[in-house]
Design a protein around this ligand. Structure first.
Ligand SMILES: O=C(O)c1cc(=O)[nH]c(=O)n1[C@@H]1O[C@H](COP(=O)(O)O)[C@@H](O)[C@H]1O
Length: 276
């Protein structure tokens, strides 16, 4: 998906909401366990109920890989079911030497070999340039680099002072020499809202994938105040807050109600910033 198509989706839906499909088989409503693939059935109903409100979906690979072959099948079915006009992000947080990254890229971007063709992948920057460029060989696909995460452990490395600012700032500056804002995004946790001003100095045009609202305590209002650009520039994720909003037969309606609340707040922020 191109940057222009992403921005068009945001304007059309008046939303920059990403629903995180962190689907845990132990947390889904019990009646779904009778279906041949309960996790896919859950995802399918969540997608159907929220697709007019979301501009992205982000399955987190861990929740699928932990179930072995069955989990992989749920992920492949989900990847194939996701609407083509909505940004699909595989949250895999990969990072390795070039030929290994080539294979991670094949796994998530090459439908012919793996059955999956996501639009974007989350990548850790620790191994540098040659660990990231293999993903960029795929025309039209996005790399989303971890910059400043929502985790408490972000203090351990990301805030190390390099003598020229924090390490996360170096990550953003360096990565922006590998590709443009039409191919690269950065992950910045919603719990880091005051740092968004700094981040925008290094990444004025990049879209930022922002997890950490809801369950992790980040504020949507602050993220928008410090991080929104004229093109919106934000994709804000909520996983547990949406998908586990309900636990009965009507779980998809409950998920929709939560997504709608977020979309309405997002619409107000987009109007305030003059994006729409
Ligand atoms: O890359 C991510 O998406 C990510 C980065 C980060 O800094 N913090 C973070 O929570 N995430 C992911 O975002 C999702 C957050 O889920 P909830 O806290 O349930 O909304 C999970 O899939 C996390 O793995």
């Amino acid at each position: 998906m191109s940057r222009a198509q992403l921005i068009e989706q945001i304007k059309q839906k008046k939303s920059f909401l990403c629903a995180g499909l962190d689907t845990d088989i132990d947390k889904i409503p019990e009646f779904l366990l009778e279906y041949p693939d309960p996790v896919f059935e859950f995802n399918k109903r969540i997608i159907d109920a929220t697709k007019d409100l979301c501009i992205a979906y982000k399955p987190n690979a861990a929740f699928y890989e932990s179930r072995g072959l069955k989990g992989l099948q749920s992920l492949i079915s989900t990847a194939q079911y996701l609407p083509k006009d909505i940004l699909s992000i595989i949250d895999a947080k990969r990072g390795d030497i070039g030929n290994t990254s080539d294979n991670y890229a094949k796994a998530f971007f090459n439908e012919e070999t793996s059955g999956m063709s996501f639009d974007a992948i989350t990548v850790t920057p620790y191994m540098g340039n040659d660990s990231v460029t293999p993903y960029l060989k795929y025309e039209g696909k996005w790399v989303i680099i971890l910059a400043l995460t929502s985790s408490v452990g972000s203090q351990d490395f990301q805030y190390l002072n390099t003598g020229d600012g924090y390490l996360y700032e170096t990550v953003i500056q360096k990565a922006n020499t590998w590709a443009g804002a039409d191919r690269l995004m950065f992950v910045v946790g919603a719990t880091k809202s005051t740092e968004f001003t700094d981040i925008r100095k290094h990444a004025p045009d990049n879209f930022l994938l922002v997890p950490g609202i809801g369950a992790q305590g980040g504020s949507l209002e602050d993220v928008c105040k410090y991080g929104m650009t004229k093109d919106c520039g934000l994709i804000v994720n909520s996983s547990r807050g949406i998908i586990y909003a309900g636990n009965g037969e009507d779980f998809a309606d409950a998920a929709r109600a939560e997504a709608l609340k977020l979309q309405q707040q997002m619409q107000a922020e987009l109007e305030r910033a003059g994006v729409i």
